[in-house]
Structures are given as C-alpha cells and as structure tokens.
Ligand binder design. Structure first.
Ligand code: NAD
Length: 472
C-alpha cells in the first residue's frame, strides 16, 4: 500500500514546504536489497563500561562484517582495553577522539553496559553517547548490551533496569530513520549475542526500534550454518501465507534457504499456489480451526522429516465495541488467533513433528499490548499470544525448541488499507518514524527468530512498530 504523504514530503518541493511549517518528513528507510551485505555499511563506534563481558562477541561479529569499519572511542576509561581486545581479535580499530565540534559521522554505535553495577556507573552511558549521539548518519543503528535485570540483585538490578528507559528515550531523540535496541544477556551467554547483533546492525531491522530482547544460554547447539543462507535445509510452515504479511514471511524464509509450506483457507487456494510457485514451496489448503487441522499439519510435518520453523501468522479482526459485539465475532477471533495455535502446537510437539533446534514464532499485535478501541476480542487474542510464549518457553526449551512472538504496529497491508482514512493516517504517524511498516519488516524479524543462530532467544516479544507511541 502506498503512503502518499511520505511520497510528497520527500519530493524536493514537499521537503521545503513541510520543513517550513514543521510537519514531520518521514525518512525513506534503508531496507535490505538483494546482493547487499547484511550489515550496515559505515563506521561503527564501540564502547564499554568497566568490567563488561560482551565485547569479545561484539568484536568477533564485526570482524565478520568488512563493510563495517570499527572505531573505538578513545576518551573513555575502557578505550585502551578495547583497543587491545580488537588487536587480539584481529579487527582493525581506529582510535577516535570525540569532540562535539568534529564532523565525524557514524552508521552504528554499540555500547556494552553489562559491567554497570550501580546507578553512579550509569554515567558511562553519558560519557559514551553524549559526544556522538548527534553524529549519526541516516538509518543508523544503536545497540546497548545489558545484564538481564531479573537475574541480578540489589543495586545492580536497579542500574540494569535503567537501561530500558535510557534506550527508549534515545529512540525518541535520534530521528532520521535511526533505530536503537537493548539486548539483555545472561552471564555466560555472551556468545549468543551474535544473532541479535547481526540483526540489529543490519538494514533488515529497518522498522524495529526501542525493543528489548533477552538472551540466555541454550542447551542446544546448532550445527554450522551460513549467515547468508541460515535456513538452508530447513523446513518451514507459514499459516495465512497467501497474501500480506504471511506471503512476505514465506518469501523471506525461502530467501534464507528454507523450503516453505504455505497454508491458507481453501477459498484462498489460487493466491496460495502463486506464492508457493514463486518460492518453490508447497501448499496446505486448510482452515486452522477445523477439527482435523492439527492432525493434517502434523502429518505433513512427518511426511517431510519434521518442521524446523512454525510461523503462526493467520489472524483476523472482527471489530465492534464490546456492547455491540456479536458472540460469533468473539468466538471466531479467539479461535483463529490463539486457541487453534495451542491445539496445533500440542499436536506437533506430541507427534515429534517439530525438529530439535526448531522455532515457533507467533504474530501478536500492538493491540495485544496497548489495547484498542473496538478490539476487545482481538486485543485479548493477541495478548494471549504473548501469554503462550511465556507459558511454554521453559517446557519447549527442554526439547531444544524456541518460542517467540512478533508484535506488528501499523503495517501497510490489505488489513490496514480497509481502516477508515483518518484512523489510518493517525496509525501511520503515531510512531517515532512517522510512517507505517512494510510486511517485509515483520518477515525479517521472523527470520531473525527462525535462524539457527537464535537458539539463545526464547520467550521474547519484539514489536515491529517504528517505536509506536502506544504501549510500552
Ligand atoms: P491478512 O488478512 O492480509 O492475512 C491473513 C491471512 O490469514 C489471510 O490470507 C487469511 O485467509 C488467513 N486466515 C484467516 N483465517 C484463517 C484460518 N482460519 N485458517 C487459515 N488461514 C486463515 O492480514 P495481515 O495484515 O497480513 O496480517 C497477518 C497477521 O499479522 C495477522 O495475525 C494479523 O493479526 C497480524 N497483524 C497485522 C497488522 C497489520 O498492520 N497489518 C498489525 C498487527 C498484527
């Protein structure tokens, strides 16, 4: 769907006019294009608080990204140590002395705050970011690494929790399509930081901002894989795959090497076949709420040697104010958006139709976090998706299976094109990027969770919402 406002605002005349009357000019976001490296291209400045432990993984990740030139901020207490580590890791790191006046520009800022143990030490954030935060290029990436607060005690827990408010505030300041994320890592799980660093320092995370993910050590070790084709040899199922976000997910998973089965209701058979033909996948024509659906999906899984990735994307809205809502609207939305997923998961797990090292990813929504007028049924179902992630993460982890949710904000699809104009315009602009996201933005986030590199990520909810003003 097109965003006319964004197109006009970015035309030469529009820029001058909109700028003069202080209207937001939504930046055209850099998104990954075929043939492009998966990392951002440009200077990445790395810093760390004293005693931080994520630096080795940051350096080894950047070493695999020749398009990112590494700089170390010279005027901080940990600069010498960082330089030494970079040398050991075989990464060329330029020493950069910041002044507010110099004209340096950065495409990325990465700060390891895992060593921060009390509120006084939070000053390290100011020392690192203050001189450089205005030196970000368009669509730059900022990543802060912290220590999972729930696993800390006393003042360390207090200080680590502060990182949330810090990163979310930075997200509202940086503009120009830049993003910021916070990754909390458990002690001993630092090697698992590679996957979130790859994703959050990439054009693939264009519409993801101010998100917090938690990384743990996984008992399951993934076999070797290629970062450019992480899903090679894997089998994926995408429900609701005939159009919109589902079709984009199927395309991105296939791009990453997976063989994809797309599922949709029988009336969508024609569109479904088109998607399958485009990506060399196959189809399942099925209503996920039908009594035979879990058996049919499990049978398909077993026939192909087990699924490695399950994406619960199929979803519907049936909006009405609660007082006017017919019972059938309530029942339908709850059954499609959550109850059927629980039945399918139970059957797939019970039948061994999901392989060890596999991942389940379900689509929630901003409405499940912030609530929405006329969407009590939808909001309940999408909050229940978050409940499902939380309820099953430990049980599935024992089987080497991760479960995560992606919560889109306003995404340009047929679903949102049907919203009345004024409400649609408000939805589009009410985020730090002043624009809606694209289906591919959701799809890239699903692919991030589906990657074998993401074994350390389970029980997470990532919003793809350009840092929407609603909800946390
Ligand atoms: P869409 O309506 O374009 O696509 C949904 C697909 O699910 C359709 O192809 C539909 O036929 C299929 N489906 C519906 N009921 C089914 C059933 N019982 N069995 C099998 N398939 C079924 O919607 P979309 O915008 O692409 O949304 C995809 C997902 O993202 C949904 O879960 C939606 O709730 C969620 N979401 C979308 C947005 C957005 O802005 N578009 C925002 C938040 C969440």
């Amino acid at each position: 769907m097109s965003d006319t406002y964004q197109a006009i605002a970015n035309s030469p005349m529009g820029k001058a006019l909109f700028g003069a009357i202080n209207l937001p000019i939504p930046v055209i976001l850099d998104r990954w294009q075929p043939g492009q490296a998966s990392f951002i291209k440009g200077r990445v400045l790395v810093g760390a608080a004293n005693g931080s432990t994520g630096v080795d993984t940051i350096l080894s990740t950047l070493k695999g990204a020749p398009e990112a030139q590494l700089s170390v901020l010279a005027n901080t207490s940990t600069a010498t140590e960082l330089q030494k580590k970079a040398g050991k890791a075989g990464v060329d790191a330029e020493n950069y002395t910041a002044t507010r006046e110099d004209d340096a520009k950065f495409k990325g800022l990465v700060f390891d705050a895992t060593g921060i143990q009390n509120p006084d030490e939070l000053k390290a954030l100011w020392e690192f970011f203050h001189p450089v935060i205005r030196k970000l290029e368009k669509c730059a990436r900022v990543v802060v690494i912290g220590r999972t607060p729930e696993k800390q005690t006393g003042v360390t827990r207090v200080a680590q929790r502060a990182l949330e408010g810090f990163t979310r505030s930075v997200g509202k300041e940086i503009k120009k399509g830049a993003t910021v994320q916070l990754v909390y890592v458990d002690e001993g799980a630092e090697a698992q930081l590679a996957s979130p660093l790859h994703f959050f320092l990439s054009p693939k995370s264009a519409y993801v901002s101010a998100q917090i993910v938690r990384v743990t050590e996984s008992g399951f070790k993934a076999a070797k894989f290629d970062w450019n084709k992480p899903l090679a040899g894997k089998k994926a199922l995408v429900t609701g795959g005939s159009r919109g976000i589902g079709a984009a997910i199927a395309e991105v998973l296939a791009r990453d090497g997976a063989t994809v089965t797309v599922l949709d209701i029988p009336p969508m058979a024609e569109d479904l076949s088109k998607v399958a033909a485009q990506i060399g996948g196959d189809t399942l024509e099925l209503d996920i709420t039908a009594p035979e659906a879990p058996d049919a999906i499990a049978a398909k899984g077993k026939e192909i040697g087990g699924f490695d990735v399950i994406v619960h994307n199929a979803g519907v809205t049936r909006d009405k104010m609660l007082g006017n809502m017919p019972e059938k609207f309530w029942d339908m939305v709850l059954d499609i958006n959550i109850a059927s997923q629980l039945r399918i998961n139970e059957k797939l797990l019970g039948d061994g139709a999901i392989n060890q090292g596999g991942s389940i990813i379900s689509i929630s929504s901003i409405a499940g976090i912030a609530g929405n007028l006329g969407q009590t049924n939808y909001g309940a179902s999408k909050a229940a998706v978050i409940g499902m992630i939380d309820a099953f993460k430990d049980e599935y982890a024992e089987k080497g299976i991760t479960i995560n949710a992606v919560a889109p904000g306003f995404i340009e699809t047929q679903m949102t094109a049907a919203i009345p104009f004024t409400i649609r315009e408000a939805g589009r602009r009410m985020n730090a990027m002043s624009q809606g996201g694209q289906p591919v933005d959701v799809a890239e986030t699903i692919a991030f969770f589906a990657s074998p590199a993401s074994q350390g990520l389970t029980g997470n909810v990532v919003r793809v919402c350009g840092q929407m003003l609603l909800g946390a």
